[in-house]
Each structure stands twice: as C-alpha cells, then as structure tokens.
Write a protein that binds this ligand. Structure first.
Ligand code: BG6
Length: 612
C-alpha cells in the first residue's frame, strides 16, 4: 500500500511534501512523486524507485503553497515513472494521489477510453482522474471539485485514501477515504492530509480521522466534512501523543537495530501500570469486559496477519496454558473468506501493530457484522482497528518504522501474557500463582537487556551462516510459533529461504532436505519437553546437518550435538518466547547486514498493507 500526503497553506509546499514522504516511505518504496500548484499550473515530478531518485529530479526552485505527494507500493502496473503517482489528465486540470485498489478499474477504463480519455499509465488509480474530469468538464452544470470527486467515487468499487488538487481552484484540496487511512492535520492558516500521523507530527498534533465513505473539502483556513451522499459532518479533533524524536534513528545505523535494542524500554512501557499486586493479576482498563462476561468466554479466536499472526499463535498457546480457555489463531483473510461460524461465547481478538492492515480490519468487521465481540491488541493510538474494536489493549511499543516487525511482536506477546493472567485469575490461577506470573513479567525488561548483550556473539554466528540459501527453524509446542517468527524475520530481511516446522514433524518429510548446506535453528527452551526435543537434534546431526541451538539449557547433549549454540538467559516459561524472539531477530538482522540488505525497507514489502 502507499503513502499519501497533501499540504495547503503559507509555507513552501515542496519541502513539506518531501519530508512527509520520507516518513511515509516505509509504506512503499517502488516510486514517488509530487504535484504542485505553481503559477496557475500543476507541475508534476515523479520518479521510479526510492525517494532520493525523486529528490534528485527536483528543480532548484519549485514554488507553490499547495501540493500533493505519494510514495508507492505497486499493485497495478510495474514500478516505473509512468505508473508513479500523482496522476493527471492530459490537459493538467487536476492531479491525484491514491492509496488503495479500484476493483472495477478495468471496466471504468474501457468506458473512459471509449469516451476519448487518454491514459498515460497502467494503474487502476488513473481512472479516478478521468472520472473526476468528466464531471468537472460537464458543461451542463457548474460543479465544485468536492462534488466532482463525490460523483466519481459513487462509480467506483474498492478501497481508497486519496487527495486531489485542481488548477482552477488554487489552495483547495479534496480528500476521501474508503478502507485506507486518511488523517487531516489542522494547522494555523495551513492544513495537511496524510496516510499516517508520522508525516505531519512535526508540523501539527491536532488531527481528525476520516472514516469510510467520507470526504474532506480543505483550504488553508480550514475544512468541512461530508459523506458520499452529501450529508455534512462535524468531528472534534484529537491530539497526537507521539514525539518527533521517536521517529529518528537515535544514533543507530537504521530503525531495525534501534527498535531491537529498544525492547527493554518498550516492554516496560507495555507493562507500565498493568501489574496489579493487590489482586496479583493484570490491570487492563480497556477491555470493556466484566469478570462475569469474562467467565462466559468459552473460546478465544485470534486473527491477524504476518508477524502479528505468529504472535497470535504464541498468544493462543499462552492463554490456553495459563487461563485454560481453548484458544487458536488464524490468518485474518483466511478466516474472513471461509464464511466462519461466529459464536456468542467466543471472544475474538484482532492483533495489528499498525491497526490499518486491511485483511485484519475486514475480519474484525465480519465478526462484528455477525454479532461477535472483538478485542484489539494494537500499537497505533486512534488507528482504524483501535477505533472499531469493542475493547482492547494498546501495546505502547512506540512508533515502529522498520518494515520487519521486532519490538511490536514482543509487545504483542506481553499483551497476551497480561490477558492470560487476567483471564486466568478469574478462573484457576491462585493469588500465589498470579504473583509468580507478575514476578516473571516484571523481570522481563532486564532479561531482554541481558539477551541484547549477546549481539556480538550472534553477529559472529550470523556471518558464519549468511551465505546459505535455505534454513530450517524448528520448535515444539509453544516454541513452534517462535520458530515461525524466526523464519519470517530471516526471510523478510535477508531473502534467505527459511521454513519453520514443529520439531516432531521434521522426520515426517522435511528431514529429506537436511544436508550440510541447510542449517537448522532449534528453538529449545529448558522445559519438560527438552528430552523429546533433543531427538530432532540427534536426527539432524546423524545426517551431517548443521544446527544452531538457541537455548537456556546446559544439557550436555546440546553442546555435543549442536554445531553452534546461542545460550540465552533462563526465565519463567511464561516469558521465554520474548527472549527467544530477540535472539532470532538479532540473527536475522546480522545475516541481512552481512549480505548488504536494506533492513528497514526490504524488497517487495511494506509496513502495513491497507489493500486486500
Ligand atoms: C506486513 C508487515 O505488511 O504486515 C509485517 O511487513 C507485519 O511486518 C504485517 O507483521 C502485519 O502488520 P500489522 O500492522 O497488522 O501488525
């Protein structure tokens, strides 16, 4: 999905658009572009590839106080200059940036071409330009830009977050939303539009969220909201609670390493004020669930995508183990499209760092549409998912910019641990048992810092193995989702093909691929399944497979059979997945760095996907 930004006011729009696009680039980096209203004309500059390509193309002087910008994650049409946004009509009347997918673009395009429109790109988004121009140029009635956009949008099916400027009405911007996030930033004699708050927080903290089916008519002096059916709307603004500093590298070479090393602090933030020592349980003020309702919960279903889904599998294990409620996790889009049976005594939990992942948002809406109750675990205050769930937990990890999720995944796990304690103390966990779990959680930030000090050891190992083409990750029961996330991290940023299996499954097939060129990373906690798990180590070393065992156990067989060992700090069984995750994040990070990869912006990926 893409990032859009727009500005109208008294300042030089170019620098505001470019600095905004720099903050939005984690949403897509296939191409970028801006369009400005300058000297009564629309001037458009766009370039394939990352933002520096665009910046290098900018003329020295590009005056203009109103403009729009875009950074692209290609869905329709390859990454090239023509398909880069903004898109404009042949006569340069309007320019438009779009984040989303127009599902009926093909038929609209055919119709528009028959009416003589000239298309200059292969994108679905360009149909919006020609549709709007159709209404603007309709001589039978003088129509405003906002109404022309409205008429055009009544014709389209799909998702959009968009902004449009018109050379006939300098200083005016129209924005609209359906599915993709759009924020209006309110300044003093200036206004901003953006896909997320990080792009405008250095200019204003006063914002308004557009909801689905809404349009905003914006000028430097202010804005008005209305629906697709022309109903006027009013909305109070909210104040952003993020500071610009947290969006900087803070002395680290990139965001990923910064976010990995932040985890002692970010987990402290996730735990802050949530350990209730009076009743030895967790305090979760946002659940909107009474103890009575909690007791009625017979099942838990977790829905998410990507790393959030793997955190969900781990979370389901933790809740089942400690709160004794049958729990499971499922990829959100799979759940949504298999026409699920929604049960009143099942509690649904959607998990999303960004709170904007469309597959997860749509699954949430499907459950609510069928009468289900949905909690959210989310990191971005005021995100779409946060605004639509029935209750939830904010992770407070702080902004996560690097595309591959690290600190947010672990804050998700901590949120699940807090939920397990909360639900468990309403059921079978005794006050003493609760106290022990709170002790474990309290010890976690320090254990994270201890694990981070292993970075040099892990870096050396990662360099040793970074040239392999394939790798396996294995783990048993609650170590399996840790293996899944470990494989995900290595794939995402190093592009090494990695697969994860339950240890017990290796001998039923994947073992065929084990050889001296395919290392296996074993996630081996020192628990009651250690002996069982050692059998996989035996099977692999018997076939000269290389093994890297990540463990807190000092069992002699581990040293004897493993090619390499990463010894992590021992901890309570509740919290070890967080510690294991950190070790595997560092392994993936240093493998990717050794291969010269761009860890913050891995190829083909984006931070949160707001399209299906
Ligand atoms: C992908 C990101 O686009 O979305 C992953 O690259 C992330 O890192 C996944 O895990 C889900 O995102 P979110 O924001 O819903 O947790």
């Amino acid at each position: 999905m893409c990032g859009i930004i727009a500005y109208t006011g008294y300042r030089d729009a170019t620098s505001i658009l470019i600095s905004g696009l720099r903050r939005l680039e984690y949403r897509g980096y296939d191409s970028a572009g801006i369009a400005l209203l300058t000297r009564g004309k629309i001037r458009q500059i766009k370039a394939e590839g990352k933002l520096p390509n665009l910046v290098n193309k900018l003329p020295e002087k590009l005056p203009g106080k109103t403009g729009i910008g875009h950074t692209r994650w290609a869905t329709h049409g390859i990454a090239n200059d023509e398909n880069a946004h903004p898109h404009s009509d042949a006569d340069g009347h309007i320019a438009l940036v779009h984040n989303g997918i127009i599902e009926n673009a093909t038929e609209l395009r055919k119709d528009l071409i028959e009416k003589g429109c000239q298309f200059s790109s292969d994108t679905d988004s360009e149909v919006l330009v020609h549709l709007i121009c159709q209404y603007l140029s309709d001589s039978s009635s003088l129509i405003s830009l906002v109404d022309a956009v409205r008429q055009a949008l009544l014709k389209v099916r799909g998702t959009y977050g968009l902004a449009v400027i018109n050379k006939a009405t300098p200083g005016e911007i129209v924005a609209a939303r359906n599915g993709s996030p759009v924020i209006i930033g309110i300044g003093d004699k200036e206004m901003f539009v953006s896909s997320d708050s990080s792009a405008i927080v250095s200019y204003t903290k006063e914002i308004v969220h557009l909801e689905d089916g809404e349009l905003a008519h914006i000028s430097a002096g202010g804005f008005s909201l209305s629906t697709l059916n022309s109903q006027p709307l009013t909305r109070t603004s909210t104040t952003l609670d993020i500071d610009v500093e947290s969006l900087e590298h803070d002395g680290f070479p990139n965001f990923m390493l910064k976010e990995i090393f932040e985890q002692g602090d970010s987990i402290e933030r996730t735990l802050r004020g949530r350990l209730d020592r009076q009743f030895n349980t967790s305090k979760l003020g946002g659940l909107n669930l009474s103890a009575r309702e909690l007791l009625d919960v017979k099942r838990i279903k977790i829905l998410a995508c990507g790393s959030a889904y793997y955190a969900g599998i781990c979370g389901a294990n933790i809740i089942e183990q400690y709160a004794r409620i049958p729990s499971s996790a499922e990829p959100a889009a799979e759940f949504r499209y298999r026409n699920p049976i929604i049960e009143f005594d099942t509690l649904y939990i959607v998990v999303s760092q960004s709170g904007e992942t469309y597959d997860t948002l749509a699954a949430l809406r499907e459950v609510q549409r069928k009468g289900g109750r949905v909690l959210g675990i989310n990191n971005v205050v005021g995100s779409s998912i946060a605004r639509e769930v029935d209750g939830g937990i904010y992770m407070h990890s702080g902004p996560e910019v690097s595309v591959a999720s690290t600190k947010a995944v672990n804050s998700m796990l901590v949120a699940f641990m807090l939920l397990a304690v909360n639900f468990g103390r309403v059921r079978d966990i005794s006050p003493q048992g609760g106290a022990k779990l709170l002790d474990a959680l309290e010890s976690l930030p320090q254990l994270c810092r201890q694990t981070l000090s292993l970075a040099p050891v892990i870096e050396k190992l990662a360099k040793k193995y970074s040239k392999v083409n394939n790798a396996f990750f294995i783990g048993r029961t609650d170590a399996y989702p840790v293996a899944l996330e470990g494989a995900q991290k290595l794939k995402e940023i190093s592009y090494i093909h990695a697969e994860a299996y339950p240890s017990s499954e290796l001998k039923h097939g994947p073992l065929a691929l084990v050889d001296e060129n395919t290392p296996t990373i074993l996630v081996l906690p020192d628990n009651n399944l250690l002996e069982k798990s050692l059998s996989a180590l035996h099977e692999i070393s018997a076939r000269n497979g290389k093994t890297i065992t990540v463990t807190d156990s000092s069992h002699p067989s581990i040293l004897e059979l493993s090619t390499d060992v990463i010894t992590i700090p021992s901890s309570h069984a509740l919290i070890y997945p967080v510690i294991m995750n950190i070790a595997l994040q560092l392994f993936a990070y240093y493998s990717a760095i050794d291969l010269g990869r761009n860890v913050d912006q891995p190829r083909n990926l984006a931070k949160s996907v707001t399209v299906e």
